[in-house]
Write a protein that binds this ligand. Structure first.
Ligand SMILES: [Zn+2]
Length: 480
């Protein structure tokens, strides 16, 4: 049985964890040779990164059917595929292909040990089709197991990380990726180490992030690094060479070099994680200083110490700093205000503040950005496993990059998300508030409330004249 090359086609498609396109073509060529024919490049149809179950239209598959349909009836020829599951994973596709081949008299050969599908032998083709669907399910399990195995081995996963450069080695003959490895990006690693030391010395993450932005330091996404991102960068177990899988340390000797000393890293993590600890190197300010206003003249109240015993906390008062119109015991006012705040948490007004904050906050934009980033990581992962080639990856990235940039812009447009939103979003708002460190409690109260102290009308030892204190939600937060 012989065919002229022009009558021989090959269809190649990548699948998750499957054989490369070059490998599939080599097998098809071998098969063609066995049938006394060969395949010309113009007759090869390749679909890269088209998982048959993902519902993405396989363009070259459609082109193949079109080509077959354009042939005269009973034209004759040979269609080769590496495995039948490369041809179709959907019985509808199979029917269309078989119909086109039938009409044009083209014989379909898959095979390499499998059932060979030929005209008039459709039953095995349909059985293979059903098996192919089962295999998609198995693939998910296989991929999951493989990820766990890579984690145990300390292999890197996902995109290149801030602090390292990733390198690849290709087989010069086949173009196949042989291995990848990471080296320290000393510029970024130095920046991170210095950020950790600066934060431990008392500098805020916000100020460090601002400094980085001024130095034009860019994250892997090409954008400036926010305070929140800086915090995440510092907290990464990756910094000390630990590979994490599902939130657990899978391997303490990962296959990438550590960029931070373990003791420095654990210190900075402790500082960031211990929310009750006030930021170091900064004098602890009274809870309400700068927040409480004088009910008489409207000036800001500051802490003063009354009398001779300057260390006694009981002598500290919030006092109108302009004209000394009013003053109130720090201990008593703090306690009373904290009680008011806790009561306020369960009011409709608190719900309203949250609802208004959500109105202009980017929960949806953030979800969208996270979705796109996950998609990008998936492509990177596929490239890493050679499920797609550099070209397919490049195409996918070209489509994704502008979407990610747009989503990032949308998120940063609402990065002015007020910090109190986190507390108000918590299931137990009071508990979330009490968990805040001193600095954040101060900020929470300052951002939300209007507190004014008037002239005391009721005096006496241990008496706190609450009638003369006005506690209210800031009006600007309630205006929509
Ligand atoms: Zn005053």
């Amino acid at each position: 049985m012989t065919f002229t090359p022009a009558f021989t086609w090959a269809y190649l498609r990548l699948s998750y964890g499957g054989k490369s396109l070059a490998g599939q073509l080599a097998d098809c060529t071998k098969l063609a040779t066995g049938y006394g024919t060969s395949i010309t490049e113009g007759n090869v149809f390749r679909d890269s990164d088209r998982s048959a179950t993902s519902g993405v239209r396989r363009e070259r598959f459609e082109a193949l059917i079109e080509t077959l349909n354009a042939l005269p009836r009973k034209h004759g020829g040979l269609l080769l595929a590496y495995k039948q599951d490369r041809l179709e994973r959907d019985s509808g596709d199979l029917e269309r292909l078989m119909e086109a081949c039938d009409r044009a008299g083209v014989k379909v050969l898959t095979g390499f040990g499998e059932v060979v599908v030929t005209l008039g032998a459709r039953t095995p083709a349909r059985i293979n089709s059903a098996l192919g669907r089962g295999e998609s399910e198995n693939t998910k399990v296989r991929v999951r197991d493989e990820l766990a195995k890579n984690a145990q081995a300390g292999k890197a996963h996902g995109r290149e990380s801030f602090g390292w450069d990733r390198h690849y080695e290709f087989d010069p003959r086949t173009g196949k990726k042989l291995r990848s490895w990471e080296t320290v990006n000393t510029y970024e690693a130095d920046l991170l180490n210095s950020a950790a030391r600066r934060h431990l010395a008392g500098e805020t993450l916000r100020s460090i992030a601002a400094d980085w932005a001024a130095k034009k330091v860019r994250g892997r996404m090409g954008a400036a690094i926010t305070r929140q991102q800086l915090k995440q960068l510092l907290l990464r177990e990756r910094n000390v060479g630990w590979r994490i899988h599902h939130g657990q340390v899978a391997n303490r000797e990962a296959q990438w070099p550590a960029i931070m000393d373990e003791s420095l890293w654990s210190q900075v993590c402790a500082l960031i994680n211990d929310r009750r600890q006030p930021e170091r190197g900064r004098p602890r300010e009274a809870l309400l200083s700068g927040t409480v206003l004088c009910g008489v003249c409207g000036a800001v109240c500051r802490v003063f110490t009354k009398g001779a015993t300057r260390t006694a906390a009981s002598r500290k008062v919030y006092q109108c700093q302009a004209k000394m119109c009013t003053s109130r015991s720090v201990i008593m006012l703090d306690e009373w205000v904290l009680g008011q705040v806790e009561d306020w948490m369960c009011t409709a007004e608190a719900d309203r503040v949250l609802a208004l904050a959500h109105g202009h906050d980017g929960a949806a934009s953030l979800a969208e950005l996270n979705r796109l980033r996950a998609k990008k990581a998936t492509y990177e992962d596929r490239l890493f496993r050679e499920v797609i080639d550099e070209e397919g990856f490049g195409r996918a990235m070209a489509a994704l990059r502008p979407q990610i940039a747009a989503a990032e812009a949308a998120v940063s447009a609402v990065s002015g998300r007020p910090s109190y939103v986190d507390v108000l979003e918590a299931d137990d708002r009071v508990a979330a508030f009490l968990e805040l460190n001193h600095e954040r409690r101060r900020a929470f109260i300052r951002e939300l409330f209007d507190i004014r102290v008037g002239i005391v009308i009721r005096r006496g030892p241990g008496v706190f004249c609450e009638e003369s204190v006005a506690f209210a939600t800031r009006k600007d937060l309630l205006a929509s």
